[in-house]
Design a protein around this ligand. Structure first.
Ligand code: ARG
Length: 589
């Protein structure tokens, strides 16, 4: 099923082409003035100038072609040359029937037989997560849901930061503390203990100490560098210790992401491409792409015509240690070989833009992308505290995901009790509702801004039941559910037969039919906020429908069952939209 907007655009595009204009001018969108029309096409305005015609003259020609197409009940020219369009009710109803019958609710199959690797999350082993990792996880998870729903085969990879300097810092700090001495004994030939000598909470304590020591004492930094290089070069005790850090962190992270409902297909990390790095370096050297510079090995990636200077990608430092860009480059090679993806999408902080530009150029230069793989960085801005700086906890420390979820749950509990919701429910259920509401508040607030904009963390606002929030939308679903439950008590569910006779019904049907277009737009722009706008508008339009119409008290049986069918469909569409944002709806509130 082609999304309605795409179908209307195709019709308009044909008209433009028939008049000798570009096809792309036929782009049709929802009208900015829903009181005047359902849809609009602004192509005549851009077509006019190069053709030395007035926009209205172009609009006239296009409009007269569109009037001949039976799908439209109205084709009008407005203002300087906008074309306003309405679709016939019968067409809307026929589409609604097909939409309802489709188990995918008309999802655009843009990803049919295509594979995308989504790289998001990206926490660093042993280091506490920060808001950037939270945003990456929330946005990345929503994108993986949207891509999958649109037919893509998605492979998500958390891509742990597990091969950098922080590893050497931890190792040398543990050495200083005299913990776990077998791992430092060069004569020990193994096997090393299966049990980790450090727990997650030990790591939470050791890492900040290690990093502080390296900041204040250059000799400690040097030690950490050396330990990193030795680890990467394969020193057995260090590798064994490192494996424990990774295992312990992974357990903690799986739990933390799990509590947000976020799953990854792959738990790979920077280190997983370690065996590929030697051969890759040899290959880059042999082909003359990598060169020595001041003891380091670099890959220049600047191109003629660059507006700003792009530094080369550093492959090896003078001590032989590999860097972030080296593992990212090898990871591209690995992913292309193993999965032949059409797309590798990185959902990572916008501040890493230059890094990705360097890595992508290097990959293309070395022909590691094959001929189908596109590389793309979908960057995002920061979540700031009220002071305008990246959000920190009250104690000023870096945020822990667990604490953040607790904060949001507590705030949600307050809001729920103010609203008189979940009052006499069993305690467990009340807690579970608060958790779902708290997480919905966090996720929706994050996703509803375009990903590149920064936004301010404001739990009080995020958890409100009024306005554009996650809790508002959850409540809308719960209310629809209770309407349907009451109806079910009164009698068996009627057949899906929709009668369209009022403006509020028409508006609701139109908005329901826009789901596939919203899904397509969110995928195309890597922008879940398009879906946030969609679900919010749907809930508002539903409210109008609900306020203006009788449902259960409607006398006419046909009309009553038609309205109930619309409630049921709105509930499925809203639930589906929220699911694509990673938001769960409680059964009741
Ligand atoms: N670990 C990185 C960080 O904390 C993010 C990793 C993103 N993914 C990647 N392939 N570089 O900034």
């Amino acid at each position: 099923m082609t999304p309605l907007l795409a179908e209307l655009s195709a019709i308009a595009a044909k008209a433009f082409v028939a008049e000798g204009f570009l096809e792309t001018l036929g782009f049709v969108q929802r009208s900015d003035r829903p009181d005047l029309a359902q849809f609009q096409c602004n192509g005549a305005l851009s077509a006019a100038k190069p053709a030395r015609l007035s926009p209205r003259a172009v609009a006239d020609r296009i409009a007269s072609r569109l009037r001949a197409v039976s799908i439209f009940s109205k084709v009008e020219i407005a203002g300087p040359g906008f074309i306003n369009l309405d679709v016939r009710d019968e067409v809307l109803l026929a589409r609604l029937l097909a939409f309802t019958a489709d188990k995918n609710l008309g999802a655009p199959r843009t990803g049919e037989s295509k594979t995308a690797i989504l790289d998001f999350g990206g926490p660093n082993v042993a280091k506490p997560m920060h808001v950037g990792h939270l945003r990456s996880a929330i946005i990345g998870d929503s994108l993986q849901r949207i891509f999958r729903a649109n037919g893509w085969t998605v492979i998500s990879d958390v891509h742990l930061g597990d091969w950098g300097l922080q590893m050497g810092q931890l190792i040398s700090e543990i050495g200083h503390r005299g913990l776990a001495s077998v791992y430092f004994d060069r004569d020990f030939s193994g096997p090393y203990p299966a049990e980790s000598p450090v727990s997650m909470s030990d790591l939470e304590d050791i890492y900040p100490a290690a990093s502080a020591a390296c900041k204040s004492d250059p000799s400690r930094l040097e030690e950490a560098r050396l330990a990193t290089a030795e680890l990467q070069a394969g020193r057995a005790g260090y590798r064994a210790l490192w494996q424990h850090f990774v295992n312990v962190s992974e357990q903690g992270l799986t739990r933390e992401y799990g509590s947000l409902g976020i799953c990854f297909d792959l738990w790979k990390g920077e280190a997983s491409v370690e065996p590929l790095i030697g051969p890759m370096i040899a290959d880059l050297k042999a082909r003359g792409l990598a060169t020595e510079s001041e003891g380091a090995l670099i890959l220049p990636i600047d191109e003629p015509g660059d507006r700003k200077e792009l530094p080369p990608l550093i492959l090896l430092k003078s001590d032989g240690a590999v860097l972030y860009g080296t593992t990212d480059l090898a990871t591209i090679m690995d992913r292309v070989r193993s999965y032949h993806p059409e797309l590798i999408l990185y959902v990572v902080d916008q501040r890493q833009h230059t890094h990705f530009e360097q890595v992508f150029r290097a990959a293309r230069k070395a022909s590691y992308t094959g001929n189908i793989t596109e590389l793309e960085h979908a960057g995002f801005g920061t979540m700031n505290g009220p002071d305008g700086k990246p959000f920190k906890t009250r104690a000023g420390g870096v945020m822990k995901l667990y604490d953040l979820i607790t904060m949001a749950t507590e705030e949600a509990e307050k809001r729920l009790s103010e609203a008189g919701f979940a009052r006499d429910y069993p305690e467990d259920e009340g807690k579970e509702i608060a958790r779902k509401v708290g997480i919905a508040a966090l996720k929706f607030a994050d996703l509803s801004n375009h990903r590149v904009s920064d936004y301010v963390f404001d739990l009080t606002r995020f958890t409100r039941f009024e306005g554009k929030t996650g809790p508002y939308l959850q409540y809308a679903c719960v209310r629809m559910r209770s309407i349907l439950a009451k109806a079910a008590e009164a009698g068996p569910a009627p057949e899906m037969r929709v009668i369209l006779s009022t403006p509020a019904e028409r508006a609701l049907i139109l908005q329901l039919l826009m789901l596939p277009s919203a899904m397509a737009g969110a995928e195309h722009n890597r922008a879940p906020n398009i879906l946030c706008d969609y679900v919010f508008t749907l809930a508002q339009i539903f409210n109008r429908f609900y306020t203006e119409h009788h449902i259960m008290s409607e006398k006419d049986e046909g009309v009553r069952s038609s309205r109930l069918a619309l409630v049921r469909l709105t509930l499925s569409v809203l639930t589906k939209g929220l699911n694509l944002l990673g938001i769960e709806v409680p059964d009741r509130m």
